[in-house]
Design a protein around this ligand. Structure first.
Ligand SMILES: *[C@@H]1O[C@H](CO)[C@@H](O)[C@H](O)[C@H]1NC(C)=O
Ligand SMILES: *[C@@H]1O[C@H](CO)[C@@H](O)[C@H](O)[C@H]1NC(C)=O
Ligand SMILES: *[C@@H]1O[C@H](CO)[C@@H](O)[C@H](O)[C@H]1NC(C)=O
Ligand SMILES: *[C@@H]1O[C@H](CO)[C@@H](O)[C@H](O)[C@H]1NC(C)=O
Length: 467
C-alpha cells in the first residue's frame, strides 16, 4: 500500500511566503487551498500507480534492498549455451573468445519459462516504478504550487514509459517465435529483422535530444545537455574501447573539466594518464574489463585474462582510492554482450553503484549477433536487459541502429530522477536561457569540409585514435 502524508502543505507554505502571488494562482481554478493542491496531486499520482496494469505493487527502499534479484532475471537466466552451436568444441577450437556470436541459451522454449520471464519483467518494472514514486513524492514536496501540474505531467510520462514497455513485452512474448521466422506470407514487405528491432524504441522523450559531434556513425545523442551546460559532466566512464577513442576525444574536447576513464582489458596494455592539451579534459586508461557476478561468463578466458575482470563495485573502490573518483555522470558501454551480466549486477543496487549517473550510452548487442542473433531467445534476453535498466530507473530515450550491422543498436538511457529535474529546469529557466542553445555540436570537427579533407588524406587518427 502507498503511504501518504501531509508534509507537502507546510513546504508549500514556505514557497508561497517567498512568492506571495502563488496564493492567487493556487486558489484560482477550483478554489483549492495551496495545501490541497500538493495533497491532491500526490493522491492523483498514487491513484495512477494503483491503476497500473503491470503486476505487482510498490516496494520501499528497505524491501528492495532485501530482495535484489528475481529467479528469472538476468542474474539467473544466462545467455551462454554450453552445447552445439553455442560454447561447443568448435568454439573452443577457434581460440578467440567471441562468445557473443554463439547461439543463445534456449531458456525460453516452454510456456512456463516465458511466463516466468514475464514475471521477472513485471518485477523489474515495479522496482523502477517504486523508485519513480519515491522521486516524484520528493519533488512534489519541494515544488511550488504553480509547478504541480507540470510535475504531474512529467510523472505521468515516466509511468507511461513503464506501461508502454510492459504492453509491448507482454504482446511479444505471447505472440511467440513466429514473428522472427523467415519467409512467412504475413511479413509482406517488413520481415523478421524489422519485427526484431521494432521492439527497441524509446518509451520516454527528452525536452532536447541533440546528437553531438560529427554527423557520422558512432557519435551519440544526449538527453537535455542544457542541464549541465555550464560545467558539463565531471566524470565519464567509457567501457570497452577496442582501440577506438572517438567517444573519449569528443567528450574531452567538449567538456574541458571532464575526466574520462576508459577501461578495456583486450586493447589497453597498461594503466595510462593523458592530460591532453590545455582546454581539454583528462583521460585515464585502465587495462581492466568489467564483469557481473556469474563466473561462467569469464570461465573460458585464460587465468591471466580472468584476473583483468573486476566487478563494478570493486572497480569503483579502486577509482576512489587511486583517483578520487566517487561517481560517474555518464557511462558509455560497448562491451560485446558483457552488458547483460554487468548491468544485471549493477542494477541490483543502483543507488550505490550509479549514484549521480544521469545517462548511459549503451551499445546493445543481440546475443548471437548477425549469424545466430535473429532468434526469439536473443530477443527476450534483450528485452530483459531493457527491463533491468528500467528497474534501476533508466529509461530508453533514443535508439540508433547500426544499419550496416544487423546485430547492435546504440541506446541512450536516462536516469528518471535526473530527467524529471532537467525537464523542470528547462521550464524554470525558459525566460533566461540563450537561444539557439549553446553550440554543443561544434565542439569537435564542426567543419565537415575540413574533416572530409583529412579523412580523404587518410588522417583517420584524428577522430578515432587516442591523442
Ligand atoms: C498480457 O496479454 C494478455 C493477452 O495476450 C492479456 O490477457 C493479459 O491481461 C496481459 N497481461 C497483463 C498483466 O497485462
Ligand atoms: C597531469 O596533471 C596532473 C595535475 O593536474 C599532474 O599531477 C600529472 O603529473 C600530469 N600527468 C601527466 C601524464 O602529464
Ligand atoms: C591502484 O593503485 C595501486 C597501488 O599503486 C595499483 O597496484 C593498482 O594497480 C591501481 N589500480 C588502478 C585501477 O589504477
Ligand atoms: C539519478 O539522478 C539523481 C538526480 O541527479 C541522483 O541523485 C541519483 O543518484 C542518480 N542515480 C540513480 C541510480 O538514481
Amino acid at each position: 500500500m502507498n503511504t501518504r502524508s501531509t508534509m507537502g502543505g507546510s513546504l508549500l507554505f514556505l514557497a508561497t511566503v517567498q512568492h506571495p502571488w502563488l496564493f492567487v494562482l493556487a486558489a484560482t481554478p477550483n478554489s483549492f487551498t495551496e495545501g490541497d493542491i500538493v495533497e491532491r496531486g500526490r493522491d492523483l499520482f498514487l491513484s495512477w500507480i494503483d491503476a497500473s496494469e503491470i503486476p505487482g505493487s510498490y516496494s520501499t527502499d528497505v524491501e528492495r534492498a532485501q530482495a535484489r534479484d528475481h529467479p528469472a532475471d538476468l542474474t539467473h537466466s544466462m545467455l551462454l549455451h554450453f552445447g552445439k552451436g553455442g560454447l561447443d568444441q568448435e568454439f573452443f577450437d577457434r581460440g578467440e573468445p567471441d562468445w557473443h556470436r554463439t547461439t543463445p541459451n534456449p531458456v525460453f522454449s516452454t510456456d512456463a519459462a516465458r511466463s516466468s520471464m514475464l514475471e521477472a519483467i513485471a518485477w523489474l518494472l515495479r522496482r523502477g516504478m517504486s523508485r519513480l514514486q519515491d522521486a516524484v513524492l520528493d519533488i512534489l514536496k519541494a515544488a511550488a504550487a504553480h509547478e504541480i501540474d507540470h510535475v504531474l505531467t512529467l510523472s505521468r510520462a515516466g509511468l507511461n514509459s513503464f506501461e508502454d514497455f510492459w504492453r509491448q513485452v507482454n504482446w511479444t512474448v505471447r505472440y511467440g517465435p513466429r514473428q522472427l521466422e523467415p519467409d512467412l506470407p504475413e511479413h509482406q514487405d517488413y520481415g523478421p529483422e524489422t519485427n526484431f528491432w521494432l521492439k527497441f524504441r524509446p518509451t520516454l522523450a527528452c525536452h532536447h535530444m541533440p546528437r553531438l559531434g560529427a554527423e557520422l556513425g558512432g557519435f551519440k545523442s544526449w538527453c537535455n545537455p542544457h542541464y549541465w551546460l555550464s560545467h558539463g559532466p565531471k566524470f565519464v566512464l567509457s567501457l570497452g574501447s577496442g582501440g577506438d577513442f572517438q567517444y573519449e576525444n569528443f567528450v574531452t574536447e567538449q567538456w574541458p573539466d571532464v575526466t574520462v576513464v576508459t577501461a578495456d582489458c583486450t586493447s589497453i596494455p597498461e594503466p595510462g594518464l593523458r592530460n591532453f592539451s590545455e582546454g581539454r579534459g583528462k583521460l585515464i586508461t585502465l587495462p581492466l574489463c568489467l564483469r557481473g557476478v556469474n563466473d561462467e561468463y569469464i570461465s573460458f578466458f585464460s587465468k591471466e585474462g580472468r584476473e583483468q575482470f573486476v566487478t563494478y563495485p570493486a572497480f569503483m573502490r579502486m577509482l576512489a582510492e587511486n583517483h578520487s573518483i566517487d561517481h560517474f555522470d555518464v557511462i558509455k558501454s560497448n562491451i560485446e554482450a558483457s552488458e547483460y551480466p554487468l548491468f544485471a549486477h549493477i542494477m541490483q543496487n543502483p543507488e550505490e553503484n550509479l549514484k549521480r549517473t544521469s545517462q548511459i550510452h549503451l551499445e546493445l548487442h543481440r546475443m548471437g549477433m548477425e549469424e545466430n542473433g535473429l532468434n526469439f531467445h536473443s530477443l527476450l534476453f534483450a528485452q530483459l536487459l531493457l527491463a533491468t535498466f528500467m528497474s534501476g530507473g533508466y529509461h530508453p530515450v533514443s535508439f540508433e541502429r547500426w544499419m550496416d550491422e544487423l546485430s547492435a543498436t546504440d541506446v541512450v538511457l536516462v536516469n528518471q530522477t535526473w530527467w524529471l529535474l532537467s525537464e523542470l529546469d528547462a521550464r524554470r529557466g525558459i525566460w533566461t536561457r540563450r537561444y539557439p542553445e549553446p553550440r554543443l555540436t561544434e565542439a569537435i570537427f564542426p567543419d565537415p569540409l575540413r574533416l572530409r579533407k583529412r579523412h580523404s588524406e587518410g588522417h583517420l587518427s584524428l577522430m578515432h585514435l587516442e591523442l
